[in-house]
Design a protein around this ligand. Structure first.
Ligand SMILES: Cc1cc2nc3c(=O)[nH]c(=O)nc-3n(C[C@H](O)[C@H](O)[C@H](O)COP(=O)(O)OP(=O)(O)OC[C@H]3O[C@@H](n4cnc5c(N)ncnc54)[C@H](O)[C@@H]3O)c2cc1C
Length: 508
């Protein structure tokens, strides 16, 4: 039964960190616009953005080795690392603006200072890390990075990892204290509280079923109200599809030419969480290793201190795996249902190209707990099975598309904004670097979809994000100023980095 048609200016589909960020930006730029949100679950931030479903790394390329590749001549390409670091600075500035404007409060509930470290073993890897350190440490964005291959120094930095280590293989690490742990679930909830205070109409347990263009170029969004069973039609001039893994099927329903020949490759994730407070207390960093040969970049193993609900905990993983679901709460038919006549060849090509990866991911799903403990013991040599439990993380749907360099059916590991030529609808696909760069990605949505408003909006964007449109790497003074002021506002300055949370873990 259809229940009339309701009109609004903007519809945001999905209540994850991306819709939260876009809604918060738009509320500052065009406060008079009417925004309506539809979320199929009972609360915001319950899928990938939830604190237990992602790793909570404030990705700024301080420790992730896959953002710096070795070129054939042996030198290190740091261009991707610079890009991601600059993007994270935009997030820090927008979050600080929201705190300073008293639109959100208590930043320590969503962001904490935490050293970011890279750790490698073996001569070749140590030489790579040394070169990476040299390439990054002179860059103002990576100021303060230290390198050590001295086991005594490493024992000081990471006692839990170094104690009981018996191999004589060379080992080295870099450490930078300006890293962060971000609780994206808490951030999403804070942003939605703020949006509700600003009269944004947030509808939970409302599933978007269809999106069709109307004769005047607006969009009709068909929504199923789960509690009443009713189908409602909502009309908006602009729609953002922020459904996380659920975005691709919705984008396909729009029928826009930009939605054709795109597919999705779902990758599941598992973490191990430590339930022994004594072990948790011995570690204080995010320590990223190197991905195994054949493993996708999102399965780089890391041992992370996390701050969740004002408790300190310790997570290891993620173990990537294969699942045909596009959302953690999705269906086993998601993958097959996304194969359409227009993307069949792209999907078949991707299937053929990625057989080894699929095989790897299926093998990973089948790993026993003991096998996973063996991987953990590469980080903590004396890790005991009884101290660790498995938790299921979120789903990531990687984009598959035809590219000039990779050919038909190429798997992409980044995020992509897909928008209609007239800017009336946009979707976010992919999941990396993810939530950390939400502000950058949502500014991209705004630039693509509202070019006619940009001149009017630019001064406000610069007030919220002073480095907007400026390379911080090339403006070290501005970088210093922004870094200091955002650290102060978000509680990330040196004095705060020594601050301990109230309790040292205990998750069982
Ligand atoms: C294992 C793992 C580790 C990660 N680690 C990090 C990390 O360390 N740092 C980082 O920055 N990022 C990380 N990410 C990525 C990050 O979690 C995501 O990029 C981010 O949370 C995506 O936010 P979103 O709003 O797009 O999606 P989500 O948070 O998934 O939100 C989408 C919402 O849309 C809803 N929805 C879907 N379909 C419909 C529909 N038809 N109707 C109504 N509602 C719908 C869903 O229920 C959901 O609430 C990680 C992700 C995973 C899975």
């Amino acid at each position: 039964m259809s229940n009339g048609q309701k009109k609004t200016d903007v519809i945001l589909i999905g209540a994850g960190v991306m819709s939260a960020t876009l809604g918060s930006l738009l509320k500052e730029l065009a406060p008079e616009w009417k925004i309506t949100v539809f979320e199929k679950l009972a609360n915001e931030g319950e899928e990938s953005s939830n604190e237990w479903n992602n790793a909570g790394t404030g990705h700024s390329a301080l420790c992730e080795l896959n953002y710096t590749s070795e070129k054939p001549d042996g030198s290190i390409d740091i261009s991707k690392a610079i890009k991601i670091n600059e993007q994270f600075q935009l997030s820090r500035q927008f979050w600080s603006y929201l705190v300073n404007s008293k639109l959100i409060h208590n930043p320590q509930d969503f962001i904490m200072p935490l050293p970011h470290m890279s750790l490698v073993q073996g001569e070749q890897n140590v030489s790579f890390l040394k070169k990476r350190f040299k390439a990054l440490s002179n860059n103002p964005l990576f100021q303060g990075m230290e390198f050590s291959d001295n086991p005594e120094k490493l024992m000081e930095w990471i006692p839990l990892i170094m104690q009981d280590r018996t191999t004589n293989e060379p080992i080295a690490a870099t450490k930078i204290d300006s890293g962060t742990d971000v609780n994206f679930g808490a951030l999403t909830r804070m942003l939605f509280n703020h949006l509700k205070n600003k009269n944004v109409d947030v509808n939970y347990k409302h599933t978007v079923k269809d999106i069709k263009r109307t004769s005047d170029g607006s969009w009709k969004v068909k929504v199923h109200d789960i509690d009443s069973g009713k189908i409602e039609d909502h009309i908006a001039k602009f729609v953002f599809i922020g459904g996380g893994g659920g975005s691709l099927p919705l984008l396909q329903k729009t029928g826009i030419p930009e939605s054709k020949r795109i597919g999705g490759f779902p990758v599941s994730g598992l973490f191990m969480v430590c339930n022994n407070p004594e072990v948790v207390a011995q570690h204080h960093a995010k320590v990223y290793g190197k991905a195994k040969v054949g493993a996708p970049p999102m399965s780089v193993p890391h041992l992370d201190t996390r701050f969740i609900d004002n408790k300190k905990s310790l997570l290891f993983g993620p173990f990537a795996g294969f699942s045909p679901k596009f959302l953690k709460t999705g269906s086993n038919f998601d993958l097959i249902g996304s194969v359409k006549p227009n993307n069949l060849l792209t999907m078949l090509a991707a299937g053929a190209k990625n057989m080894p990866l699929t095989k790897y991911l299926i093998q990973q799903v089948m790993l026993s707990k003991e096998k996973r403990m063996e991987e953990l013991r590469e980080f903590i040599p004396n890790a005991k099975g009884e101290d660790w439990d498995l938790v299921v993380a979120g789903q990531r749907v990687q984009v598959i598309k035809d590219t000039e360099t990779g050919g038909k059916g190429t798997l992409q590991f980044g995020t992509e904004v897909v928008s209609a030529a007239d800017g009336s609808i946009a979707a976010l696909l992919g999941a990396s670097p993810g939530a950390s760069t939400a502000v950058h990605v949502m500014l991209e949505v705004i630039t693509k979809c509202f070019p006619q408003n940009m001149k009017e909006w630019e001064p406000k964007i610069k007030e919220m994000i002073p480095s907007y449109g400026v390379s911080l790497m090339e403006n070290p003074e501005l970088l210093h100023e922004i870094h200091t002021s955002t650290a102060e506002t978000l509680g990330l300055s040196d004095k705060n980095s020594k601050k301990k949370p109230e309790k040292e873990l205990a998750f069982s």
